[in-house]
Ligand binder design. Sequence first.
Ligand code: PMP
Length: 402
Amino acid sequence: MTITDALRADFPVLERHVDGAPLVYLDNAATTLKPRAVIDAVTRYYSEVSANIHRGKHILSEEASDAYEAARTRVAAFVGARANEVVFTAGTTMGLNLVADGLDLARDTLAVVSPDAHHSMQLPLRDRCAVAWLPTRPDGDVDLDGYAALLARRPAVVALTHCSNVTGRYAPVAELAAMAHEHGALVVVDAAQSVPHRRIRMADLGADALAFSAHKMLGPTGIGVLVLGPALVDRLRPALVGGGTVDWVDLTGSVPRRSPFRFEAGTPHIAGAYGLLAAVDYLERLGMAEVAAHDALLAGVLAAEVAKRDYLTEVAGAGSTERSAITSVTVRGAGDLTEFARALSDSYGVMCRSGHLCAQPYVDAQAGGQVLRVSAYLYNTADEIRAAFTALDELHPLLETM
Ligand code: PMP
């Protein structure tokens, strides 16, 4: 049995129809659907607990605090980190901003950044220091000689997209991180599209900071994770201070708490932590090896469907690296792909995405500014992907009228 056969019933949104057609949800790189276990965990917090954490000594507060810290411990085990290295954030964007801000980079410092970087990784660095793009070859693979030449300029930071939200391609992060460390650079990894799909271990990747979002791995929106390795956990300056970040305060000073508390100012997304814990439990029950195998299977179906159609051109060459089940294409003859995506949704119940995917410099350079993205997750089937492409075939001749 494939993992999708039994588990589709866990996702209430999959019961929806659009104009009589069953919903085909292929916008998973934007956010994933939530299983009932996650929805129930969030509801349980609000309906049975609802108290604030870490500040009260009453039963409800202690229960909430225990659950919040249990989520942290579970996430730490999930990515091979220590609990004090796991900082809860609002999402990948906040995590990457915390790192760029807290490093206190001098303006003339150099950061090497993946060319397909999401805006949330490139913009905080571009605001604070000089940026050089990680060089790639025409097939999309990293140009290792060009990278070595950049490292010789002693960048302070190498910021890598683990898996591109445009192409689904994995970067060889472990190899690139080892080279960066040899030159004294810190390695920041955007793992928003990798942690949901395969087993990630901090030590294997060689990341000094790793950011991801709960909502792309079955969890709630508004909570994410920043994992700080030994090089940063005591060194990064917290961007926010306030309730919860200090051990002691008087009129002349304060003593900061240890990590992760010194990074978590104010009341956090407690319900989100309940949901994230349930999401990690759900993924662990399936097994990340199963999740990764299904991702690879769907990636193969996507690539095969694109290859069959001469009116579709995939962004970036196949290269030699692995792929996740994400593909972005340009459509021959298409003017506005937004209208195309709307027609797929409204006439066929197929949800996918169009535009620059928050990686505009990359999508502009590779595809002239607009792509159509199809991205799958563990509840999608090969048949759904084929149905989405059949819908594309039907819509394509109508392009002139759109
Ligand atoms: N990085 C990548 C690769 C992403 O795909 C996304 C979400 N599209 C982000 C960062 C930002 O994540 P969030 O919106 O959850 O902060």
